[in-house]
Design a binder for this molecule. Structure first.
Ligand code: FAS
Ligand code: PHB
Length: 389
């Protein structure tokens, strides 16, 4: 097979990019290792920045998002004694939208066939070849049959564990990483949220987050040591810990119920540079990971797609190779700002084992400062709703 752009990975980055290119008349094929159902079974992000919502709207794929998504004009930081509301709407003029990554991915998947976006699922042994030249190709196996796709450009949207980043030579690529000394235990349950807006809590016992997927489905997290196993956390223990960490007000409104999904995910900050080498471009988790504290992971994938699509459309429609050459620097400028915000909010809202009494006082003082300073709240708000692309 031959195409203009071979996209590896049918997560949100790969499918968003495929739809944008298809809509612009750029030929592309998406190659995915898993089944669509497996991808939809993974519970991931919950908060969309305005840029992500706008991208879905430009694609005409925002009907369900607008009908079922929840615009949120604010969120809360809890310090064990009070809620500090960050009024993002008043401070920035923008809101965020609570709409699960699962649903966004479903919208992208359901539109692929009707819009002629070819997605090859259950492709194994995906490998990238000749990425340094102008005639790269991808090989894979499907139903025990070897296959090959020749393309002009390959875009790796294959997440943190995919092959694309690893195809870039060691003497070209550079990684920057911070692994955090804790993980997030997440629980999904068909119970009404304890609060109409998100609550991020820093309690003496640790971090908690109260989020949601709808008026009847809630998503909660507590941070746990890296040694914890999910079998150590029966539902009741999770609910008990959430009630303590979120504080009495939220606990009084918290409804318990059986976990639909419960999982532990370690946290890391990670960036790979460059995000382009030869005829290979990287988008989303293939190039960077953020701790979910800032709700940036999925949204960074969307901003990478915005920049990558802009460059690829200029290249294929006008022969403008400069845009592709400039992609990495442009995308990384926004990636690093999101990494900074996610890292700073993680530092503010979590207890680090190595921290002592002084560091705790610094957290208390910073939360106190945020509570009393509109300037501090505006800084947090503009990062949370999403910096301009
Ligand atoms: P993805 O990882 O979503 O998709 C990559 C795709 O490539 C997958 O479908 C994979 O099967 C495929 N692939 C991998 N290897 C392949 C191969 N060899 N061949 C073909 N295909 C291959 N972000 C938030 O904003 N908020 C959150 O709360 C949040 N929670 C998260 C929880 C967990 C456990 C994880 C892992 C991530 C979380 N994230 C969160 C981040 C997450 O939402 C990502 O940012 C988002 O999925 C990025 O999308 P993609 O870049 O498309 O990568
Ligand atoms: C979620 O709803 O899953 C969620 C929301 C905000 C975050 C992280 C996760 O920062």
């Amino acid at each position: 097979m031959k195409t203009d752009v071979a996209i590896i990975g049918a997560g949100p980055a790969g499918l968003m990019l495929g739809h944008v290119l298809r809509a612009a008349g750029v030929a592309c094929i998406v190659i995915e290792r898993q089944t669509g159902d497996y991808i939809l079974s993974r519970i991931r992000a919950g908060v969309l920045e305005r840029g992500t919502v706008d991208l879905m709207a430009r694609l005409g794929l925002d009907a369900r998002l607008r009908a079922e998504g929840f615009p949120h004009g604010g969120f809360n930081l809890a310090d064990g004694e009070r809620l500090i509301r960050i009024d993002v709407a008043a401070l920035t003029g923008h809101s965020v939208t609570v709409y699960g990554q699962t649903e966004l991915t479903r919208d992208l998947m359901d539109a692929a066939e009707p819009r002629g976006l070819e997605v090859i699922y259950e492709a194994s042994d995906v490998a990238l070849h000749e990425i340094a030249g102008d005639a790269p190709f991808v090989t894979y196996t499907k139903a025990d049959t070897a296959a090959r796709i020749d393309a002009r450009i390959i875009v790796g949207c294959d997440g943190y564990h995919g092959p694309s980043r690893r195809a870039i030579p060691d003497d070209v690529g550079r990684t920057f990483e911070r692994v955090y000394p804790f993980a997030w235990l997440g629980i999904l349950a068909d119970v009404p949220p304890c609060n109409h807006e998100l609550i991020y809590a820093n309690h003496d016992r640790g971090f908690a987050l109260a989020s949601m997927r709808s008026a009847t489905r809630s998503r909660y997290y507590v941070d746990v040591p890296l040694t914890e196993k999910i079998e150590d956390w029966p539902d009741e223990r999770v609910w008990d810990e959430l009630a303590i960490r979120l504080g009495p007000e939220a606990a009084a409104h918290m409804t318990r119920g059986p976990a639909l999904e419960k999982s532990i995910a370690p946290l890391r900050s990670f960036v790979f540079e460059p995000m382009r080498h030869g005829s290979l471009m990287l988008c989303g988790d293939a190039a960077h990971i953020v701790p979910p504290t800032g709700a940036k992971g999925l949204n960074l994938a969307a901003s990478d797609v915005h920049y990558a699509a802009e460059a690829l459309i200029a290249f294929f429609q006008k022969g403008d190779a400069d845009a592709i050459a400039g992609y990495s620097a442009k995308a990384l400028a926004r990636v690093w700002k999101s990494e900074r915000f996610s890292w700073s909010l993680t530092k503010l809202m979590h207890r680090f084992p190595e921290d002592g009494a002084f560091e705790r006082r610094m957290q208390v003082a910073e939360l106190d400062y945020i509570a009393s300073s509109e300037a501090a709240q505006r800084s947090i708000a503009e990062n949370y709703v999403g910096l301009p692309t």
